[in-house]
Ligand binder design. Sequence first.
Ligand SMILES: NCc1[nH]cc(CCC(=O)O)c1CC(=O)O
Length: 311
Amino acid sequence: MSVPELIRIVSRDSPMALAQVERVRADLADILPGVRTAVVPVRTTGDTWLGDLAQVEGKGAFTKEVDAALLTGEADLAVHCVKDVPADRPLPAGTVFAAFMKRDDVRDALVHLDGLTLDELPAGSRIGTSSVRRVAQLAVSHPHLECVPFRGNANRRLAKLAAGEADALLLAVSGLERIGRRDVISELLSPEAMMPPIGAGILALQCREGDTDLIDAVSTLGHPETHREATAERMFLHVLQGHCNSPIAGYARVDRSGELSLRACVFTPDGKVRLNAHEWAGRLDPATLGTSVAVALLRQGARELIDGIPH
Ligand SMILES: NCc1[nH]cc(CCC(=O)O)c1CC(=O)O
């Protein structure tokens, strides 16, 4: 078996997802000249249902139909935001990650059309976000601001903001960059001010596990440091076993000397309780670091905290 002449790439059909696919196609053209690529866009449950994600068995809402296209053979390669791929369970049987691509910006940004920052927003300003992670952290740092539920892909959220459905938004910097809308950012929030989600800013390439030639070929698009970070973060979440309503944040970093560390937090929905752990890998492999940080939070009571949140 060898790399197919045509690689069919499946992804969500949002503008952000399609921009991600174009990046992957360009990278594939560099490493596999002569191989053609095609795009198989699919609409996922998470794109269609704009209510509470917890009601549609939220986890996997943005990945299920993409995984299905891979497994039925309609496509050969899937592009996912790691952030959207459930970590509490293994990848769908028969599929593997072939590459974690070089990580983009992990930060969240404030989008306010008149350029105000979080500290400048007047009391009662409505911040559009349905993310329990963002809501919990903002409730503590800016208790005078009010979060209002806001779903839909990033372009739709920007349109709803322009229509006055909120006064400002919290969105990922990497996502805004991918849709070419860095211009709407009014403030970049440091990871300390707004701790990012597991997998922030990372794109993963997923293949059928039997397609070893394709896996070998696309694995050259992988970035070793990002691979270590993603592995630590996802194992952390796997051990912690959160649910749709449990605010969890965390991010791993490989520093300049090559050392890997992982910082992670679990919050109550109002942000008032914040469990925190930060460890360096030392001689531990990335997955063991993820386990160790999860165990540290479990020792602080994370299980009771997570299970006590209605879901
Ligand atoms: N939940 C949707 C989603 N999934 C991944 C990103 C951002 C891009 C990334 O982190 O890879 C976004 C948008 C957002 O949170 O603003």
